[in-house]
Design a protein around this ligand. Structure first.
Ligand code: FMN
Length: 185
């Protein structure tokens, strides 16, 4: 698969790191693009910065000279993780002012898979209306809400409860987080 991971300036850069850590560049073509504000949040939240696994290709936000800026060569899946309310709103309303927004526009018009991992609390009516519009357009929303029933003991394990759901929706088999099992007698 051709996969585009877009990282924006919402809290939760670790979600992006863990997703990248769990994608196999030998098996998939993996592209990364960061919003300007993503850099600032990464500096706050990821000691040592973002680690791009070998084989992952990072792209300049401002250059439209990338394959996925065109409907003739879209990614199969694009994940915006974590996704700010700003980027979510811009995607919902068709802004295509940089490569990240344009790629999302392309993915939507070409009927490929777009997964957003929004992170904000509380939500305003504007956020919710944008989410409604995106859902109507076929976007998958996986809020960055960890689950606790798996008994996670570390931040990484909690983060992985969200990343596991993202991988599930990308169609990528994973054992990243325990799954709810049948009732125990
Ligand atoms: C440390 C930090 C954490 C932030 N967390 C969030 C967040 O969780 N959600 C959000 O929507 N914006 C958050 N913001 C604000 C966005 O970075 C800001 O709105 C920015 O304009 C978003 O631009 P982008 O969507 O291009 O990344 C945060 C900013 C900083 C500096």
């Amino acid at each position: 698969m051709k996969i585009l991971v877009a990282i924006t300036g919402a809290s939760g850069a670790l979600y992006a790191q863990r997703l990248l850590d769990n994608l196999n560049p030998a098996e998939h073509q993996i592209h990364v693009v960061l919003s300007n504000y993503a850099q600032q949040v990464i500096a706050e939240e990821l000691p040592g910065g973002l680690r791009l696994p070998d084989g992952v290709k990072a792209h300049n936000l401002k250059s439209m000279n990338v394959s996925f800026a065109s409907g003739s060569n879209p990614p199969d899946v694009m994940v915006v993780i974590p996704c700010t309310m700003g980027t979510m709103g811009r995607i919902a309303h068709g802004y295509s002012e940089d490569v990240l927004q344009r790629a999302a526009d392309v993915v939507l018009k070409e009927k490929k898979k777009l997964i957003l991992v929004p992170r904000e609390t509380p939500l305003s009516l504007i956020h919710v209306k944008n989410m409604e519009l995106l859902l109507l357009a076929g976007v998958t929303l996986i809020p960055a809400n960890p689950s606790f029933y798996s008994g996670a003991k570390t931040i990484l394990e909690l983060v992985d409860t969200v990343v596991a759901r993202v991988l599930d929706h990308m169609g990528l088999p994973n054992q990243l987080a325990p799954r709810w099992a049948e009732e125990k007698e």
